[in-house]
Design a protein around this ligand. Structure first.
Ligand code: NAP
Length: 281
């Protein structure tokens, strides 16, 4: 395991010239999991992770999502699955941001950290607790995988921003792109949430509006834009954010393909759209 760690660290250093990652073994070991993550792409192409529309109905390994309109809503664990797997990310970010020394406190790093926290406050608390009408159950293996990923991701980004590097990217364009991506991600998620809020609909229907005119998964597209924007603001040296972007692509590209095919299979009158990238794919 130690040799694997050394190998991956060296490889990553060769690609990014990231001194911090190369010198700090503890940080490197937390990065290993994230760097290895995209290796799972073939699995994501073969198996649709069991949450949301690909949730397994009756598995005893399901963790309840947030099904407001059935018996699970009375279960105090009802909102546990989504919130717990996402909130670990900002918690680890805060823990590692404030526990490392020496502490860098330049404005750039702090603003990038703030953007990270804004996203995850919305993702882990606001969206599931206050915006989503319902969320399907999440299978235990998906929950564990997401928890592990979020633990390492929040930790390495917080750690790097606090004491390992200095954001030196294209700050204004990067943050503008982040803002556009964040606004687009929440806007298109809201369109999905609204589908079940109107007309008493309990199941799935075809979303319209915004970029849904062109693609099936504009929430994913905007999320990718969002994190690329933050990477551009942080600069090439900020390897944890770029690792996150690659891992996100590894998950969202196969998922967008599966969602798109599911929409076409499920709705006979599904409009002509691409899967993830307007006018391209
Ligand atoms: N999926 C991932 O692996 C992943 C990874 C990183 C970030 N994210 C981000 O997390 C957020 C949620 O992702 P997701 O994959 O769960 O998104 P999603 O499948 O698009 O679902 C989002 C929400 O909308 C509901 N919904 C989806 N399609 C609907 C339809 N046609 N009609 C009515 N309701 C519908 C879902 O209910 P159900 O639960 O009942 O399906 C869920 O409450 C997105 O912003 C995404 O960018 C996702």
């Amino acid at each position: 395991m130690y040799h694997l760690e050394q190998y991956v660290t060296l490889l990553w250093y060769a690609l990014t010239q990231d001194e911090a990652l190369f010198c700090n073994k503890a940080f490197a070991s937390r990065s290993i999991f994230l760097q290895a993550f995209p290796v799972l792409v073939p699995a994501f192409l073969l198996v649709n992770a069991n949450h949301g529309r690909f949730s397994t109905k009756d598995s005893k390994f399901n963790l309840p999502g947030m099904i407001l309109d059935n018996a699970i809503s009375n279960n105090p664990l009802g909102k546990f699955a989504w919130v717990s797997m996402e909130i670990i990310s900002p918690i680890m970010f805060i823990v590692d941001y404030f526990s490392q020394t020496p502490h860098l406190s330049n404005t750039g790093n702090m603003l990038i950290g703030l953007a990270f926290l804004v996203h995850y406050t919305h993702r882990s608390l606001v969206a599931p607790l206050f915006r989503a009408e319902s969320l399907k159950p999440i299978h235990l293996y998906v929950w564990l995988g997401a928890m592990t990923f979020n633990f390492h991701n929040g930790s390495t980004i917080g750690w790097w921003l606090s004491s390992l590097g200095r954001a030196d990217g294209y700050f204004i364009p990067g943050l503008l792109l982040w803002t556009l991506g964040f606004a687009g991600n929440t806007y298109h998620d809201e369109i999905l949430f609204s589908l079940r809020k109107t007309g008493g609909k309990k199941d799935y229907s075809i979303p319209y509006g915004g970029l849904y005119q062109y693609i099936s998964c504009p929430n994913y597209f905007c999320e990718i834009v969002e994190w690329i924007g933050l990477g551009i603001a942080a600069g090439r040296q900020c390897s944890p954010i770029w690792v996150f972007v690659v891992a996100l692509l590894a998950v969202l590209v196969p998922r967008a393909r599966a969602n798109h095919q599911w929409f076409k299979r499920t709705f006979k009158d599904y409009p002509q759209r691409n899967a993830l990238i307007p006018f391209v794919w």
